[in-house]
Design a binder for this molecule. Structure first.
Ligand SMILES: Nc1ncnc2c1ncn2[C@@H]1O[C@H](COP(=O)(O)OP(=O)(O)OP(=O)(O)O)[C@@H](O)[C@H]1O
Ligand SMILES: [Mg+2]
Length: 509
């Protein structure tokens, strides 16, 4: 007896269709799964056996072989329980075969047949819609909203094996999931943080605005308690809204990581990730025994905030170099090399030295020169080279603390940021990118042309300060953003001058 049902699997960010073939023949009772299943898939055997029995169905005591095709891709994940159970039920004629023709199912099962939520439904739903626009996707109820984000796909949310069988036999008992995308795109009011609460620190605020407008990396350096963490935490309030494509890509990443909210499966606000400095390389970059997207991927289209930057492990910091340059991260696995997006903005904060008071006119630094050198040396030159904007956040003067804080509100800053982003989006439309930070070689030459005085200033600075070619390009990108914030087509001397000022510390290396 033979039956075939459909399910899905993932390779990196992309889902693909899996054919689950079940063959039941005479012989000694056995239950084998072939087609490169990993340990988590093999465990389906025990869950399926118990779930079928405990839901009141017959589990055949014969020779059962399950094949997951294509057989050359390694299958991981717990969502094969439901399709395997359906395959066995169909092969033993306990459910009608007709209902399974265009049905793709995903779901983990408990031993009593309850269907549990699984990660990765969104990318797999996208793959199903591509395969057959009339297909029907059966997923755990908690994941139904996620599947429903894919336009035109019929999604059925289920919660138990008995419910599924009743539906396949009688066509009743399951509701189709309707997702109101409009409502999900509506902004959620989150009162709280606002840039106007930060007193003084005008240079740092300006740097934040430029970084937000162009998606540039920032490093804040300053003594303890000057407002670095405070500024960074308020950055999300001035970031531009995401496009529909960006929302979908971020939601896909969170779906794979199993972090989507079941009631609001579309992520509409930019991610803001704050991994602790004790985090491992695998958790920041991705990978591990079960491949998971790391923090750099979870921060895609948003911010990765690394507070106390030099305190992170050396391996972690060096591993950041590749994703910061390529905007994707490659995770090697035994059977495959996976690529995840890492299109993020890095915001880092650190003290100038171990005691934190180097360069402070009012307090003496107690570090020895060697200690200062060691502390700063934790951030390697190549990593620092990838940070476009470095800004000092000095100790505040007392007069800046007095009275009401009078800075601009986040809403006002955000308005300018949005305008600058719109200009960039229009300019870069044909290039497949959306902001200045994403430009590379050819695009920089094309879009960052300097006025003559600005060009000669850059030449001088390049020769005198010993910039790398990368620093040269990154300065041009920041200057482009500064010009965009002003609505200027040309990059003038003034724009370039400001961009150079944020790379001043290159001289110290
Ligand atoms: N510029 C500022 N305006 C208003 N309040 C401030 C400012 N700077 C610091 N504070 C107050 O001090 C507290 C500590 O600031 P914050 O955590 O940002 O310091 P930090 O620069 O990150 O210091 P550290 O280097 O020790 O991490 C804030 O919660 C805030 O109450
Ligand atoms: Mg801090």
């Amino acid at each position: 007896m033979f039956a075939k049902v459909y399910s899905g699997a993932m390779h990196g960010m992309d889902g693909y269709l899996v054919e689950v073939e079940v063959d039941i023949s005479n012989g000694l009772p056995s239950f084998d799964i072939v087609g490169l299943p990993d340990a988590s898939v093999k465990e389906a055997r025990d869950r399926v056996r118990s779930a079928l029995k405990n839901s009141g169905f017959e589990f055949p005591s014969r020779r059962i072989t399950v094949n997951l095709a294509p057989a050359d891709m390694k299958k991981e994940g717990p969502w094969f329980d439901l399709p395997i159970a359906l395959g066995i039920l169909a092969a033993t004629e306990q459910v009608p075969v007709e209902g399974l023709a265009g049905l793709v199912s995903l779901g983990e099962m408990s031993l009593d047949g309850v269907v549990r939520s699984v990660p990765g439904v969104l990318p797999m739903a996208m793959a199903v819609a591509k395969w057959n626009s009339h297909a029907c996707l059966m997923v755990p109820e908690e994941n139904a909203g996620e599947g429903g984000l894919v336009q035109g796909l019929v999604v059925l949310g289920v919660n138990s094996l008995t419910q599924v069988v009743q539906y396949l036999k009688e066509g009743t008992g399951i509701l189709r999931e309707q997702v109101d995308v409009e409502q999900m795109l509506a902004p959620t009011e989150k009162p709280g943080l606002d840039m106007c609460e930060v007193r003084g620190q005008d240079t740092a605020k300006r740097a934040m605005e430029i970084a937000a407008a162009g998606g540039h990396n920032v490093l804040m350096i300053g003594p303890p308690g000057s407002g670095k963490t405070m500024l960074a935490r308020r950055l999300p309030t001035i970031l531009p809204t995401m496009t529909w494509e960006e929302c979908l890509e971020v939601s896909k990443v969170y779906s794979i990581a199993g972090l989507l909210n079941k009631n609001r499966p579309l992520i509409t606000s930019r991610p803001f990730r704050t991994p602790h400095h004790t985090a491992s390389t695998a958790s920041i970059i991705g990978g591990g025994r079960f491949p998971r997207p790391g923090e750099v991927t979870l921060a895609t289209h948003g911010v990765l905030f690394m507070d106390e930057f030099p305190e992170y492990g050396r391996d972690v910091l060096e591993a950041l170099r590749q994703p910061l340059e390529d905007r994707v991260v490659t995770v090697s696995r035994v059977a495959a090399v996976l690529t995840y997006p890492a299109d993020l903005m890095l915001v880092a904060a650190m003290n100038p030295c171990l005691c934190g008071h180097l360069g402070d006119p009012t307090r003496e630094c107690t570090c020895t020169p060697l200690q200062v050198q060691r502390y700063r040396g934790r951030i390697s030159g190549p990593l620092l080279d990838r940070i476009d904007i470095r800004v000092e956040v000095p100790r505040l003067e007392y007069q800046e603390l007095e009275g009401e804080p009078a800075g601009e509100s986040s809403a006002e800053i955000r308005c300018r940021v949005e305008q600058a982003r719109n200009i960039q989006r229009d300019r870069l439309k044909g290039e497949g990118i959306t902001c200045n930070a994403q430009m590379h070689g050819r695009q920089i030459r094309r879009f960052c042309t300097l006025e003559r005085p600005a060009a000669s200033l850059l030449r001088q600075a390049y020769n005198r300060l010993g910039f790398s070619m990368r620093a040269h390009d990154r300065i041009l990108k920041v200057a482009r953003t500064i010009a965009d914030l002003e609505g200027s087509d040309q990059i003038t001397l003034q724009h370039l001058g400001e961009a150079l000022q944020y790379r001043n510390s290159d001289r110290e290396q």
